[in-house]
Every structure is written in C-alpha cells, then in structure tokens.
Design a protein around this ligand. Structure first.
Ligand code: 5GP
Length: 192
C-alpha cells in the first residue's frame, strides 16, 4: 500500500534493537484518515470471506481494528487483554505472548463469551515481527472453535521470522507494507 509506505519513508524512525518508530501516525498519534485507507485495503483483500468479527491485541492494534471494522459491516472488535485483573479459569481463553518491544512475557486473555464456533475471525495488528503476538491470537481463535479467515497487518518486518512461520502454518497473512531491511543510516527498504 503505497500511501502507508510513503508515510513510513517520511516519518518512520529506525531505533536501536530493530524497532521502527511510527508513532506520529500509527501507534501513538493516530492518523484516522490513513486508518480509513488501511481499513478499506483490508476489506478489498478479505472481501467475500464472511468476516463477522475482528480480533486484535491491546494496545496499538485497537485503533486500526476499530476503523477497519467499519469496512466489514461494523463487525464487533474484540481485543485480547494483556493485564487480566480477574483471570478466572474456565471463563477465558489464555495464551502466552512474548513482547518484542518490551522484552517481557505475559498472558493474554479473551472472554469465552466473545469468541465461539459461529465466528469468522479476521485478526488485525499494527506490526508483525517475530510473530509471538499473532501466534498467541491464533491459538486463542483455535481454542474457541472459531474459523480464522486470516490476519491483516499494517507493517510486517520481513527480515524477522514471524511472517514466514505463520504463513507456513497455512494462515493467510496480508501485510500492507513489508520492510525487508532497515538501518539508522540507510532508512527503510520495502519489498516490491
Ligand atoms: P511480534 O510478536 O510479531 O514479535 O511483535 C509484534 C508486536 O510487537 C506488535 O503488536 C507491535 O506492537 C510490537 N512491535 C514489533 N516490532 C515493532 C517495531 O519495529 N515497531 C513498533 N512500534 N512496534 C513493534
């Protein structure tokens, strides 16, 4: 998606530890018009797949997921929670996720009330790096008996293993901008 690539080129900052900062438009300050274009593009790619629910993970996936939902007939958005206050066994699906940016391991939970066999799920997230976040969400979808239509990712870091691993599992992953290489001096190099 050229518009997104352009914003990354113009405003993205490559930080130590292979972290791409896009906080002026994606995950701190949010450009809602751009999110609209992102949502429209996800709809185009997953049109006719019968998506009836969107699943994401807090915090930075939520904004994109909500705007994207407007292009899927206002499908409900469920976000996996990272800090359960009440983790009552039996009432939630749980999965363990290692955070790429924060270097921590935590449990994510989704209430069993909001995911079930009748659901056709599109997972949405801002970044795909090593794939831990996405893998955790996929585990939760599988445990719920819902159908997984695929995953829509804004920015995939193609030089990390997540995209490859998850596509190998047979999951359809659609990324709007794939970064093949990046450095503080050379900036960002996109696939295609
Ligand atoms: P993964 O679990 O695939 O390793 O990482 C995905 C999660 O880590 C995303 O939800 C995102 O919040 C965060 N993340 C991974 N890489 C980056 C990055 O380069 N920049 C930013 N801003 N977030 C990232």
């Amino acid at each position: 998606m050229e518009l997104l690539k352009q914003r990354i080129r113009n405003e993205g900052r490559v930080m130590a530890g292979n972290v791409l900062k896009v906080d002026s438009f994606l995950n701190h300050q949010m450009d809602i018009r751009l999110f609209g274009e992102i949502g429209r593009e996800f709809r185009r790619r997953f049109d006719g797949c019968g998506v009836n629910k969107i699943l994401t993970i807090e915090a930075s996936g939520i904004g994109i997921a909500c705007i994207t939902a407007q292009y899927f007939d206002d499908a409900p958005v469920v976000f996996a929670k990272k800090n359960p206050t009440k983790n009552i066994a039996g009432e939630v699906y749980t999965s363990r996720v290692e955070s790429y940016t924060h270097g921590r391991v935590y449990d994510v939970i989704v209430s069993k009330r909001f995911l079930g066999p009748q659901d056709r799920i599109l997972i949405i997230d801002d970044f795909l790096a090593n794939g831990c976040a996405l893998m955790g969400l996929i585990e939760i979808v599988r445990a719920s008996g819902a159908s997984l239509v695929g995953a829509g990712i804004a920015i995939e870091k193609g030089f990390q293993e997540g995209g490859h691993l998850i596509r190998q599992m047979g999951v359809r992953v659609e990324s709007l901008a794939i970064v093949d290489a990046m450095s503080e001096e050379g900036g960002v190099v996109f696939r295609d």
